[in-house]
Design a protein around this ligand. Structure first.
Ligand code: ADP
Ligand code: MG
Length: 710
């Protein structure tokens, strides 16, 4: 954020928010460098460098009144000193006494203090007080570990700290302590605060019981009470959330106003023709989502919809419906899958459903020869292909469509606002873009769907097609893996099929696949028909293995995560995941979704030795439910929002103050407020909104593609 430069009505060198850090009294050029290295080049940056916590600092007190657990200050006379060397850590100890009691001061590696601190000396000390059971005694001595100390003159002077206060603890560095930052803040706080303009009108924050912006900063740096800290945090967190929400809603309003998409035809006849291609009755969830899609796609506004449905909920036919609507209007559709394997499988199953129709399907993957590829590109550009199926990479490669109306992005867990900008380019002119549908089996936790994905409409398929059997999930330690392999073997004997998944992130680990296969061929699965699939196989080889597996000519696949998404072989009923602790929760849920797709009860064995609490939590979450929505929420709790909200998923900068796990109420409030605000003032053009708009564009303009600052 930038702040308006206002000259101070003063004769002293005026501090402005843009003043370089060196101008802060007491900082100067040498320290200035240290501030800059901490990311604090100016007064404004100093003001926005917020304490990450506050410590209660007690007023100086007689030793018997000191409180354990607080930062305490005391003075007294050193009555004894010694070195304690237990193990490798020599510690220097001094006993400090006043007329009320005694206190142990301990310095780790404090040998250098032997020559500095002597009995009889008077000291002022400050540090975190802890109770420590003194060996051989039943009283609990108070201890200060590595206290700050200062030698006192013989004459008594006034107490160092007269009042209890909350001391801000700043993110600091080795060369620049929190205390040094605090004194720099002290030097500029009031004059700097007087220059801060609030971007929210007074009535607005009053109605929400939020403090004014300058007050919030004051209370953060110099709180009078913990209540001040809470109130200040609330305002600053709310601001961040509101800014993002305003950005998202503004973006949406801009798109609505400037972009158009083809309004597709829909009629009962079209519906009948499409449904005739789908060999089963749609579930209620599928039907509802399709109704959402019909409403979207028949409008000239670009749809932007996320379809979430658990693994196996039948998202493919929903996508097919949307694509056939495009084709019925004489336009093109694209289906983008995360892997070639999945693109190929989609091509196969969709070609099956559309067999005998006039719909022309084009598969575009990286394994086409250059001449095949240019022929395919020509067909797409000339409109001779109706449905184009390919990997996500198709987006970024130089593919031009004749008339792309619907783009379906399948199994996309990470998508930012930017990706849609790419799609926009796929359409003819700069003001048109295809309707975009994103399908995911990794539902976005409710909280997140309200933030980054705030500009997506969301439809959910909450149910599974009838007849699905639950998947029994068992977590086993490595030494019990025989149990899993016996179970798998028993299933294979019955003519069912299975998967053994091994982690393999690099070429080296691909050997795991081979060694696992050799081990199983000789041991647990001897006599069974096994084959290995992984990302390094040639496409033809992999295709033929998958085809044989589907046809039942292979009993079990030893696979890497290439089978993670979408592979659909209903006769596969058992999965064993080796080193399950190495996979993420969402990934394991996806993997597990490869079984339980037919009418037979399925089993999933997760073999692993979790070494971290997180890994353990993931595995037990998986064993406890197969509900992808519950798992996504759990994953969010385990990993925290940082990971998800980080640049990886959204491409947006992280929050400074807001915390999605605890600021849910603020998020809801910010979202409602932003929606109303943009409704009322779609372009933020009012003179009173100027500052807000400037700060908003500064924070999110680029990331959200908000266009040029007005
Ligand atoms: P996902 O949502 O994981 O992509 P798919 O679209 O691959 O799920 O569907 C999983 C399986 O369920 C497929 O074999 C599909 O043919 C089948 N299926 C989809 N919808 C239904 C339905 N309404 N009734 C019966 N089977 C269905
Ligand atoms: Mg799918």
């Amino acid at each position: 954020m930038t702040y308006r430069l206002v000259a101070m009505p003063s004769t002293k060198p005026a501090i402005t928010l843009l003043s370089p850090i060196e101008d802060v009294p007491g900082v100067g050029p040498r320290r200035g460098e240290a501030f800059r290295r901490l990311g604090i080049p100016s007064v404004a940056h100093l003001l926005f460098h917020l304490p990450h916590r506050h410590e209660r600092e007690e007023a100086e007190a007689p030793i018997k009144d000191l409180i354990a657990g607080a930062v305490v200050t005391a003075r007294g006379e050193v009555t004894a000193t010694d070195m304690i060397s237990r193990g490798r850590k020599p510690r220097f100890r001094a006993v400090l006494a006043d007329h009320t009691g005694r206190l142990d001061l301990i310095w780790f590696h404090g040998g250098y203090l032997r020559d500095k601190i002597h009995p009889g000396m008077r000291l002022l000390v400050q540090g975190n007080a802890k109770r420590h059971p003194r060996a051989g005694r039943n009283d609990n001595a108070l201890q200060l570990i590595n206290p700050k100390w200062e030698r006192l003159p013989e004459t008594d002077d006034p107490p160092a700290i007269a009042e209890t206060r909350l001391r801000p603890v700043y993110p600091a560095s080795e060369e620049l302590s929190s205390v040094a930052i605090e004194s720099a803040v002290d030097a500029i706080l009031e004059p700097a605060l007087s220059l801060i303009e609030d971007h929210l009108p007074p009535h607005f924050h009053k109605e929400r019981e939020l403090p004014e912006l300058a007050d919030a900063y004051r209370m953060m740096h110099k709180p009078q009470s913990t209540d001040d800290v809470v109130r200040a945090r609330r305002r600053l967190a709310y601001d961040e959330l509101l800014m993002l929400q305003l950005g998202v809603h503004l973006r949406r309003a801009q798109l609505r106003a400037t972009m158009h998409a083809p309004a597709l035809d829909w009629s009962e006849q079209i519906e009948e023709r499409i449904l005739a291609r789908i060999p089963f009755t749609l579930t209620k969830g599928q039907r509802n989502v399709i109704d959402d899609l019909i409403a979207d796609l028949t409008k000239p506004t670009p749809a932007n919809r996320l379809i979430q449905g658990d693994v196996g909920s039948g998202k493919t036919v929903v996508a097919l419906y949307a694509m056939l609507l495009a084709v019925a209007s004489g336009k093109q559709a694209a289906l983008l899958a995360p892997t070639e394997l999945l693109a190929e499988q989609h091509t196969e199953s969709i070609s099956g459903l559309l067999a005998g129709s006039k719909v022309r399907i084009e598969l575009l993957t990286g394994s086409l020869t250059p001449s095949e590829r240019s022929a395919a590109l020509a067909r797409i550009a000339l409109g001779d292909a109706d449905i184009v199926i390919g990997t996500h990479a198709v987006l970024t490669e130089g593919v031009r469509f004749a008339d792309l109306a619907v783009a379906v992005i399948d199994e996309q867990h990470r998508f930012g606002v930017r990706q849609r900008a790419v799609l926009r380019e796929k359409a003819g002119d700069e003001h048109s873009m295809p309707h975009t549908l994103v399908m995911t089996a990794t539902p976005i936790p409710r909280t997140l769907s309200l933030t980054i994905f705030g500009d997506l409409d969301v439809s959910t398929i909450p149910d599974l097609p009838p007849g699905r059997q639950p998947i029994k999930t068992v977590v086993l330690p490595e030494r019990d893996s025989a149990v899993a392999y016996e179970a798998l073997r028993a299933r294979l004997e019955k003519g069912e099929q299975g998967y053994v998944v091994v982690p393999a992130v690099d070429a080296e680990e691909l050997r795991n696949v081979r060694t696992t296969m050799e081990r199983l061929e000789k041991g647990a699965l001897a006599g069974k028909r096994l084959a290995a699939v992984h990302g390094r196989l040639k496409r033809q080889t992999r295709d033929s293995i998958m085809a044989r597996f589907r046809a039942g000519q292979i009993d079990a696949l030893i696979a890497t995560t290439v089978i993670e998404v979408g592979v659909d072989v209903p006769n596969a009923t058992t999965m064993i995941v080796e080193h399950a602790e190495r996979f993420g929760l969402a990934q394991l849920h996806q993997l597990r979704g490869r079984v339980g797709r037919g009418g037979v009860e399925s089993a999933c064995f997760l073999i692993g030795e979790p070494t971290t609490p997180d890994a353990e939590a993931r595995l037990s979450a998986l064993a406890s439910t197969t509900d992808g929505f519950a798992l996504a929420e759990r994953d969010f709790e385990i990993r925290g929002p940082g990971e998800l909200f980080g640049s990886r998923q959204s491409g947006l900068p992280p929050f400074r103050v807001a915390d999605l796990t605890r600021d849910l109420d603020l998020l809801g409030m910010a979202r409602r407020d932003a929606a109303q605000w943009i409704d009322r003032s779609p372009g933020l053009e009012a003179p009173t909104e100027k500052l807000l708009k400037r700060r908003l564009f500064k924070a999110y303009g680029v990331e959200l593609g908000l266009g040029d600052v007005a």
